[in-house]
Design a protein around this ligand. Sequence first.
Ligand SMILES: [Zn+2]
Length: 311
Amino acid sequence: MKHLLGFFAALALLLCTANAPALAQPNPPPVAVKKVAEGLYFFFDYAGSNSVFLVTNDGVLVIDTRQHPRAGHELIGEIRKITDKPIRFVINSHFHGDHTFGNAAFQAAGAQFIAQKETPKIMQKVQAKEMARRQDYFKSHNYDPNEVKLILPQITFDKSMTLWLGGREVRLMYLGPGQQDGDTFVYFPHAHALFTPGSFATRNIPNMAFTTSVDSWINLLDRVAAMKDVDVILPAHGDLATQADVKEFSAMLRDIYTTVKADADKGVSLADAQRTLTFPQYRNWRNYGRIKDEIGSLYELIKTGKRSYFE
Ligand SMILES: [Zn+2]
């Protein structure tokens, strides 16, 4: 543990999983707030991105701020239906704009922002690209892109950090590169609940343009699937899930990566791999429609070791 918060705390190019056609679910379920345990709430937005909030006597902690300050304000409105306690902390679970572009609303509310140490660096670097790939979302919601401000986390950690708020323990964990560097998992011991960032979503083909190591990604998923005292998974996308769902996702990632890597290592051209590797076993998964792009992303990583999104 590199940092321990003193004082009151010693106490979400291409689309992310949001926005892309929800092939497996043509009629997405409505936005809902689900109570997971005492004081712990899951803000479920299937078509967009999820958030989580913990309500305590000493204030509120929020994970992820949605995709625009106005969407962030809506989330604050939901929190205010439950408590008038101050919003003290926001965790940005990863750099994607669909999890950080609501930050301005929470800054105005007085929150402090926390992230793994790579996340603010990446946020700074790719702000323009993140804005560019979310213009359709802004248009469809009638949101003014100019209201989005780059608000960086002020508190960072390396491997883990424990926060105490109102007698509740919150454990932040960095298990290595997943869907991207900085992917932060958050465990709530009182609820036996684990928040997962972009690294996992039930029966979803993830965007693979950001990962710096698929081996690390698979490894961390296996660790998450084997963690003790986890009764429920609170994912950044999709509905409440279980460790069995994480296991299934991990098996898919291993399957796709191993298959694509075998072709790349044999010298099969990208065009041929994209034509012949159709992975029909996942045709009913969300975002299956972008499988060719994901094969391209894996080829880039396997052949060059580069991630062009960050260049
Ligand atoms: Zn996302």
